[in-house]
Design a protein around this ligand. Sequence first.
Ligand SMILES: Cc1cc2nc3c(=O)[nH]c(=O)nc-3n(C[C@H](O)[C@H](O)[C@H](O)COP(=O)(O)O)c2cc1C
Length: 361
Amino acid sequence: MNAAIPEPLRRILDRARWAPSGDNTQPWRFEVVADDHLRVLGHDTRAHCVYDLDGHASQIAHGALLETLAIAATAEGLHADIQRQPGYPDSAPVYEVRLVRREGLAADPLVAMIERRTVQRRAMSGHPLDIAHKAALAASVPGYRLVWFEGFSQRWALARFMAANGKNRLTMPEAYPTHRDIIEWAAHFSEDRVPERAVGVDPMTARLMRWALRSWGRVEFLNTWLAGTVMPRLQLDLLPGLRCAAHLALVAERAPAGIDDYVAAGRALQRLWLVATSLGLFMQPEMTPVIFSRYVREGRPFTAVEAVRERAARLAARMEDWMGVDGAHQTVFMGRIGYGPAPAARSLRKPLSRLLMDGGR
Ligand SMILES: Cc1cc2nc3c(=O)[nH]c(=O)nc-3n(C[C@H](O)[C@H](O)[C@H](O)COP(=O)(O)O)c2cc1C
């Protein structure tokens, strides 16, 4: 660790790096400018990841990182004043962070949740959400509303919806490079990817996936002749989609229009996720239907496979039926939530030394 970084700053960054990002990409680097001034240099994966439409998923992750940083700063008695710098492209945003000492500033109790928060992709308890917990979650995201999908029939509808969306993910060649690259096989933990054991499939299915993902030809063969999407969708979408307390959508007051709206959404998401953690709840983001709906709505090409395009259009229409046209367009996040159990495997993070520009300043 670089000795030049003052201790409070090092502790803040060391906590901030635990923010979630799509596929654990950690699309950020840190530059220490002065003892009370740092820069977060963001990037995105839109050039090679079909899920990072216009970099929005990465921008949500930037927001989650900035929120985590602000919460971590309170443990040092510091307020983080965060501004996005003008003049940088959205694909490489720069966020200026000034740390201001505030007398009497109490540490945010969510500090203790930062490293505990983790995604749970496997089946959870179906115990319904406590009413007080729902109220606390709603209160954690001012300016947004939460739409709940609860009870057996709504969860079953969402589980089927996610399984249909899963068919799209698994049968579109455009998503293949991402699926091939993000899993660290035979691992419980991974610093820069998603470990196999946190994916949510059983070891047999994981072995088959590992074999298939060596080439798109193998995936196609499996899909065509051996109903290759059935087991993954059963284990990744259908069963966990049913076995949870609820699915939820985080809905903004207006449709997000640009990077600042997505960063703000990421800040809200992280606050929601940390509060959920403090209540003994686990979440799994279910972001891909939100992303594909946007492709459909904007008439943007995202796959050469006609069946995938048609299914995505049907799923986008179903979201509008459930939430209203405005509600669907204003949705910035979807996920499922439940009272554990905690996962036995999880993503870790790159060490701070790998995230610092020039090893510090
Ligand atoms: C913007 C965003 C989108 C995500 N989308 C998904 C998703 O669609 N499915 C999923 O299983 N996890 C999703 N995740 C969760 C990440 O994969 C996860 O946070 C990351 O691998 C780090 O793991 P951890 O949260 O357990 O620390 C998403 C996270 C973020 C921030």
